[in-house]
Design a protein around this ligand. Structure first.
Ligand code: TMP
Length: 254
């Protein structure tokens, strides 16, 4: 890991130069942050679990024709991805009121939304990722109207598919955040799903008990954070029977 060129370091991941041109190695850290870096911590084993969970979800999505940056998992903490130009927008899809939507609009957490709602936030740590509209995105050129149209259609398809996938394992997909990138091939450009899909950027509630199985356990100091991520992996059927040494063995959530 030390000898490779580091391209970018984010809060939860590091991107290194990949083995071939046009590829990157995405390394998943155990670091966790919330509230734009105001709260920081370490969730032991998170990187290993998120690498596996994102691999699984991106692979399932690719099978239904959603283009993604994911190529293959390389080891416990790393995956090979295609190098893309990240669209500087966080796309949030919501099915149930929670988090900032509940705070902003005074809708109690847990209220089902009349339909899925897509929101856009500008990726800017300095500004605290402000909520923006399609008008801002196209007027300021963060994405062309055609790109934004592709992003919206993909986000809704991803939501439909993931809602069903999680429902099948007893989990309600409350909301989640996606990032997209521009993939350049020859003279073509297409929009592909990038970044990660993990309990770091989803709200996942147990269907029976509404127990939180995502990063809200860290944000809100609810405890049993790694256990919750592990339970998500277990239900998806991707937790190895005997976990390797840097991944704690399976434990039941209370
Ligand atoms: P929010 O309710 O705080 O706006 O979050 C909506 C969803 O987006 C939730 O699943 C968590 C995810 N999210 C991120 O992945 N990164 C972020 O920086 C924020 C604020 C939210």
């Amino acid at each position: 890991m030390a000898r490779r060129r580091r391209i970018y370091e984010g809060k939860a991941k590091v991107l290194f130069e990949g083995p071939e041109p046009g590829t990157l190695v995405q390394y998943f850290k155990d670091d966790a942050t919330a509230f734009n870096n105001k709260k920081t911590g370490v969730i032991t084993g998170k990187g290993v679990l998120n690498n596996r969970i994102s691999e699984y979800l991106m692979t399932r999505l690719a099978e239904i024709g959603v283009p993604t940056h994911f190529v293959r998992r390389l080891n416990m903490r790393e995956q090979l991805v295609r190098e893309v130009e990240i669209v500087p927008i966080e796309v949030v899809v919501r099915n149930v009121a929670a988090g900032s939507l509940s705070t902003r609009l005074g809708i109690p957490e847990g209220t089902p939304l009349p339909r899925s709602i897509v929101e856009y936030y500008l990726k800017s740590d300095e500004l605290g990722d402000p909520l923006i509209s399609e008008e801002h995105i196209t007027a300021f050129g963060w994405a062309a109207p055609q790109d934004l149209d592709d992003i919206l259609q993909l986000a809704l398809r991803i939501n439909d598919f993931l809602c069903g996938l999680f429902l099948g394992v007893g989990i309600r997909l409350v909301d989640f955040k996606l990032e997209f990138g521009r993939l350049y091939e020859n003279d073509d450009m297409r929009i592909v799903l990038a970044d990660e899909i993990t309990p770091d950027n989803c709200r996942l509630w147990d269907i029976e008990t509404n127990e939180k199985m995502d990063k809200d356990r860290f944000r809100r100091d609810l405890g049993k954070v790694a256990e919750a991520y592990q339970e998500v992996a277990r239900r998806l059927g991707i937790l190895p029977e005997s976990g390797p040494r840097d991944m704690p063995g399976p434990k039941a959530m209370q």
